[in-house]
Structures are given as C-alpha cells and as structure tokens.
Write a protein that binds this ligand. Structure first.
Ligand SMILES: [Zn+2]
Length: 184
C-alpha cells in the first residue's frame, strides 16, 4: 500500500531497504521510523441451521450486491473465533457457535489471509445487518454460486459441503493470486 507521510511525525517517507532487511519499506526521512506493512486477517464462518447455510448479500463495496458468508477484518484484542462470531452478529444479526477450522486462504494480491470456521446457528434467528442488503438460510441446491462475492468464500463453501457429505471436518488451505492469474 502506497504511503507518503510518516504517521509518527508527519514528514515524508521514502521506499528503501533498511540495513539488515531484504524488503523495501517506507522509512521516514526525519525520524527514521520503519513502517512495516503486513497482511491483514479476515475471519469468517459458515453458519449452518438444520442443513441450511446462512448467507449475506453485501451492502458495501467491494462486491456490493454479491453473496458471502459472514466475514470481516479482525480487530486488535480478539481471536479469530471472536472475530468470526462478531461478524456473524454484525452482518446477519446471528448468534453463532464457532466450530472447527475450515479453511485458510492466502489472498496474495490483497495482502490478506482469510480464516474460515464452521459454525452452528442454534435457532433460525437472524436479520439484516447494516452491511447487508439481504440475509438468507439457503440449502445446498440454492447457493448462488455465480453471484458469490469472493473466490475465498466459494472455496470455503465448497470444501464445507464436500466435508459435510463425507462426514469429516478437515482443514483446507489454498492460495489465490490475481497478480499472476487475473480473475475471470
Ligand atoms: Zn517520522
């Protein structure tokens, strides 16, 4: 991500490789602070109620109008499970019980790691959160695969359904890199 000014002292930064490092960093010309940039973690879950999956249609960019599972950026001070539970509460007004780890998706072009869990929705109680246009419980045949918001979500959902059919709960890993392999 491009950075122009030091968030510590407000002076300009330059892109240089610091001594003892091997990656270009934004380094402040005045105070010398090195501004490291690292991937962000997105946490989400696949909530299930009696065989049906809770899906949300996004009310915000990116991918406004497309379907997703509840997921979003982690906050400081919470675990990935906390974050996944909070996102389900915010986007689908659903109180879910987080289960086992489902998928870790490395989204290299976005500098993100998506961590997806299985989850149980104890009762069919949910609503439309501020970041959603619509929320639905959907059986496998009704999943709008052509209108999914993100590749990582489709991956997690497909692995979820495969595992459910096979009565296993595996951990799945994959990498998505549109820098080399554009979408489409
Ligand atoms: Zn500075």
């Amino acid at each position: 991500m491009q950075m122009n000014f030091c968030s510590h002292c407000g002076q300009p930064v330059r892109l240089v490789i610091p001594d003892g490092d091997n990656v270009q960093r934004h380094v402040c010309v005045a105070c010398g602070t090195v501004h490291y940039q690292n991937p962000k973690i997105v946490a989400g879950c696949v909530p299930e109620y009696e065989g049906r999956i809770l899906l949300c249609r996004r009310a915000i960019e990116p991918r406004l109008g497309y379907w997703t599972i509840p997921a979003g950026f982690m906050e400081n001070g919470e675990t990935t499970q906390d974050a996944a539970r909070r996102e389900a509460a915010e986007e689908a007004l659903a109180e879910v019980e987080i289960g086992s780890l489902l998928a870790v998706v490395h989204v290299l072009h976005a500098d993100q790691v998506h961590v997806m869990f299985r989850a149980r929705l104890p009762a069919p109680q949910f609503g439309v959160g501020r970041e959603s246009l619509e929320v639905m419980l959907c059986d496998e045949a009704g999943i709008p695969w052509d209108d999914m918001a993100f590749r990582s979500v489709s991956f997690a959902l497909r692995r979820y359904l495969d595992d459910r059919r096979n009565r296993v709960e595996q951990h799945h890993f994959t990498t998505i890199d549109f820098r080399r392999q554009p979408p489409g």
